[in-house]
Ligand binder design. Structure first.
Ligand code: NAD
Ligand code: ZN
Ligand code: ZN
Length: 346
């Protein structure tokens, strides 16, 4: 089968031919119908050898959708042909965090060598992939896999990040989204659907601001040296109640702290090379600001997102690429010229 693999530190990923895997006991073989390309893949491929822990060669893709093609021994409750998406942050299924659905924070994943597909285990940018447990599959019915697959990360990560702050987002409050790419354009829609907050979106590219407006941002601003002042002009003295930094470079971390209001949440999701968001101390920053760094999301949250998708409340903007053009999708991601999510369709 064809697959896109990262094979050599510092090199581009490659289109390769590898054997179709066979499901072992408890595993499920999916015939891939769609696979999303995430900026975290670019981050992984930017790591120097001494920090790279994902194994080589690595079949990329941690956003996967497919049809169930074969069941390993002992798998019950799933039917061949069912259309599913894959919950990616695999855990042990047994520890306290996993019991809450938060396999993203599994206590034992490292010890048991459990890694997400595309981030250690073979990923979804291929014709077939193995899934380690029926638990990781969410049926999507008649939803289009191409526009649904980004829910597994570009949807799940901002949903988890935003859900934590919903109680604070009262009428008159402001939520700020920094970075309107794959995650950001979904974050704006989730904020609009789930809260009464005013949504302000920032990006460095004008076309991304146009996308932000088209998916519901009330205000859009260029992310530049004047951005903090501009956001403050909109929020007044209260500042922002939620700042979602989907970039994570030092200028956006500084911007996040500069616009955070009293009692706000500064939630850093981007894996940029920024060093620190806050110097904490009495005379630094707004009172009672919470700064946190969430990772991916919980299993129940992915099921909730699929429910929102069935109700048609999310518009996922995608650019489609054939598997043969998968390397080009990564070039476009690096160049910052994608609109929404790049999705590879084998
Ligand atoms: P993307 O490439 O689709 O979008 C990034 C957007 O940020 C682009 O629109 C770009 O123009 C914009 N941008 C770049 N520099 C900016 C700046 N200084 N100010 C404002 N906007 C700027 O990326 P994505 O796939 O949506 O991922 C976003 C970030 O989130 C990445 O860093 C990715 O690694 C990270 N991520 C984290 C998690 C997690 O669990 N914490 C999960 C998924 C992705
Ligand atoms: Zn990702
Ligand atoms: Zn666990």
């Amino acid at each position: 089968m064809k697959a896109i693999q990262y094979r050599q530190i510092g090199a581009e990923p490659e289109l390769v031919e590898i054997p179709v895997p066979e499901p072992g006991p408890g595993q499920i073989l999916l015939e891939i119908t769609a696979a999303g390309v995430c900026h975290s893949d670019a981050f992984v491929m930017s790591l120097p050898e001494e920090q790279y822990t994902f194994g080589l060669p690595l079949t990329l893709g941690h956003e996967g959708a497919g049809r169930i093609a074969a069941l390993g021994e002992g798998v019950r409750g799933l039917d061949i042909g069912t259309s599913v998406i894959v919950y990616g942050p695999w855990g042990c299924g047994l520890c306290w965090h996993c019991s809450q659905g938060m396999e993203n924070y599994c206590s034992r994943a490292a010890e048991l060598n459990i890694a997400p597909p595309g981030l250690g285990a073979p990923g979804a940018i291929a014709e077939y992939m193995l899934v380690d447990s029926a638990r990781h599959l969410v049926p999507i019915g008649d939803l289009d896999p191409v526009t649904t697959v980004p829910l597994t990360d570009a949807g799940l990560t901002p949903y988890h990040a935003i859900k934590r702050s919903l109680g604070k987002l009262r009428p008159g409050s402001t939520a700020v989204v920094i970075g309107v790419g794959g995650l950001g354009h979904v974050a704006i829609q989730l904020l609009r659907h789930l809260s009464p907050a005013r949504v302000v979106a920032l990006d460095t590219a004008a076309d991304k601001l146009e996308l932000a407006r088209s998916v519901g941002a009330h205000e859009v601003l260029l992310s530049d040296a004047k951005a903090a002042e501009e956001v403050r002009r909109i929020t007044g003295a209260d500042g922002a109640t939620l700042v979602l930094d989907l970039v994570g470079v030092q200028p956006t971390l500084d911007l996040s702290m500069a616009i955070a209001g009293v009692g706000s949440d500064v939630t850093i999701v981007g894996l940029g090379d920024g060093q620190a968001a806050a110097q904490v101390g009495f005379f630094r920053g707004a009172y009672e600001t919470n700064v946190s760094v969430p990772y991916w999301g919980a299993r129940n949250e992915l099921i909730e997102l699929v429910d929102m998708a069935h109700r048609g409340v999310l518009h996922i903007e995608v650019e489609r690429f054939a598997l043969d053009d998968g390397v080009e999708a990564y070039r476009r991601l690096e160049a910052g010229t994608l609109r929404g999510r790049a999705v590879i369709v084998p």
